[in-house]
Design a protein around this ligand. Structure first.
Ligand code: ADE
Length: 547
């Protein structure tokens, strides 16, 4: 049945039942069946012209480096049958490359395979299973389309291969270099970490922060590309340049599986105090500073978003020595531990060698006081607040020396500092001022030890002076009146305390040269240990625990 008889033109179409070789149209205008119109769909089938293809059988092939090859074929043929498409077969035997160009009916196999890309307008080379690895073939259905053979990045021609070979060799070389550099870097990191974490000598204990260090330490060398996951909790101290906060380090690796966070201390410098942050960080970054009696540094961070600079260290629950002494009395044994460890910390700062004999830069603290000493859980001391510290090496500039006359806290300033008469040419002078301040802290410890007899309320040295005495009033006391904190004779009944008091007196001598060195103070404490064994053993209360 006709279904297009209302058309004005005769548009040819096929009808089921007529067979594939019949087209029919109907229309309803004057002589409209004079012109038969084939639409593109049926036009292809009915009036397809034979294709024009390169047809040279086998000839050499020339390829360029961008993956396009062409044969030297200059013969274009009209394919025999309208359904035929252009085909190229490309082959290499390792040395020579050839190209076969031909017309082919895609419904028939060629070289044992069926073409599946003959509707393409370009001849894109591909491999066919069954043709072998050295054969590529393409087919296409536009005029002379098999003249240019396109090799996509997945396919390789010898010329492309040579370019690829160079690129691949370069890439392999690059990977090798990266692997070697990474290996060297890791090796160095491991060495550094071993030096930082391993107790340097048998018997030394770094337990205070051992759990947290391993991951964080790498960061302190890494210049803080990533900020640590830290939640500030509360402020625990406020200094000249910064505030100290207790904080949680919520790193999964922070303290093992059953400890989802670790307490740390964060010293926060506002952006105006950048220089102070940088100076203290610089002191901490010296790996040889690490010691059980020096606050353990974890990392430094620039918190740009908050305009802050952070120093992240171990946190010590017992807080600073000044606060601890104001609320605790000490047994002789506790006083000994605190005093001896304090001297050890100062001796380590001042030393030009680590306990294992490696060279290190001597450092003067320059603001030693009980508020800058922390009490660890095992009732030993660790020094903190290195904001005014000075590296006593050849890198000290004339400016640094010139500006280093009078720094610190007036109450703890040695006479030569109060007078600004410190011998800047001799780096030992800076150590001597630290020893003077240490003597005052040892006095504070002794004043709270029950072994002295009656123990009074805690008082700072020169406690009768007002809260923050100025340099002038300290000068009056320390230089004009040659005053020192009182050591009543009653304290000296105890042989241990007596020895400590003698050491204190030798450390706060008016003459800086006459003072003991911190190292010598450690030896005096060690000698006390022998005294304990020989003379103090009768009194259990006076027994010194062997470390
Ligand atoms: N106060 C100052 N620094 C501290 C620290 N690291 N731990 C506890 N209290 C502090």
């Amino acid at each position: 049945m006709l279904d297009d008889y209302n058309n004005t033109q005769c548009v040819m179409k096929q009808y089921k039942g007529l067979g594939p070789d019949y087209y029919m149209c109907s229309c309803n205008s004057e002589e409209c069946n004079d012109k038969l119109i084939f639409t593109p769909v049926n036009n292809m089938d009915m009036f397809q012209l034979p294709q024009l293809c390169k047809f040279c059988d086998v000839l050499p092939s020339i390829c360029n480096s961008s993956g396009i090859c062409s044969s030297v074929c200059n013969r274009t043929s009209i394919c025999e049958n309208p359904g035929e498409v252009c085909v190229s077969v490309w082959h290499t035997d390792g040395e020579n490359t050839t190209e076969e160009t031909l017309c082919h009916d895609p419904l028939q196999s060629i070289h044992g395979v069926m073409l599946d890309d003959y509707n393409n307008t370009q001849c894109v080379m591909k491999q066919y299973k069954g043709l072998g690895p050295d054969y590529y073939m393409c087919s296409c259905n536009s005029e002379e389309c098999n003249e240019k053979l396109i090799f996509t990045p997945g396919t390789v021609t010898p010329e492309v291969l040579s370019v690829h070979a160079v690129l691949i060799s370069l890439a392999v070389l690059l990977v090798l270099v990266v692997v070697i550099i990474s290996f060297l870097y890791l090796h160095r990191l491991i060495l550094l970490r071993q030096r930082q974490i391993k107790p340097k000598c048998p018997g030394r204990d770094f337990s205070d922060t051992r759990a947290i260090i391993s991951d964080v330490d790498a960061n302190s060398l890494n210049h803080n590309t990533e900020l640590l996951p830290i939640q500030l909790e509360r402020m625990v101290g406020k200094g000249r340049f910064a505030e100290v906060h207790r904080a949680r380090l919520t790193n999964a690796n922070a303290g093992g599986a059953n400890m989802p966070f670790q307490m740390v201390a964060v010293k926060i410098f506002p952006s105006e105090e950048y220089i102070s942050w940088k100076m203290e960080r610089q002191i901490f970054l010296d790996v040889e500073l690490r010691h059980e009696n020096v606050l353990h540094f974890l990392t430094a961070e620039e918190r740009r978003a908050d305009h802050q600079y952070w120093l992240i260290t171990a946190y010590h629950t017992k807080g600073n020595l000044q606060d601890y002494l104001s609320t605790h009395l000490l047994s002789w044994e506790e006083m000994y531990r605190l005093g001896c460890s304090l001297a050890r910390g100062v001796a380590h700062l001042h030393s030009e060698q680590t306990p294992c004999g490696r060279p290190k830069v001597a450092i003067a603290h320059r603001d030693l006081k009980s508020a800058n000493v922390l009490v660890k859980d095992d009732l030993t001391c660790c020094l903190c607040d290195f904001g005014l510290s000075l590296k006593l090496d050849s890198s000290l500039s004339v400016d640094e020396l010139a500006n280093s006359g009078q720094v610190g806290t007036a109450r703890y300033m040695a006479p030569e500092v109060l007078e600004s008469r410190i011998n800047l040419e001799n780096t030992e002078s800076f150590k001597q001022t630290d020893v003077y301040a240490m003597a005052l802290v040892l006095w504070e410890l002794t004043s709270r030890c029950i072994a002295i007899g009656e123990v009074k309320e805690y008082e700072l040295p020169f406690g009768k002076l007002r809260d923050h005495p100025c340099v002038e009033s300290m000068k009056d006391s320390v230089i004009r009146d040659r005053e020192r904190p009182e050591i009543p004779s009653s304290w000296c009944k105890h042989p241990g305390v007596n020895a400590v008091c003698a050491t204190i007196v030798d450390c706060w001598d008016q003459d800086p040269e006459a003072r003991l060195t911190a190292h010598c103070v450690v030896e005096r404490f060690s000698a006390l240990q022998d005294l304990d064994q020989n003379s103090l053993s009768s009194s259990p209360e006076l027994k010194i625990q062997t470390e």
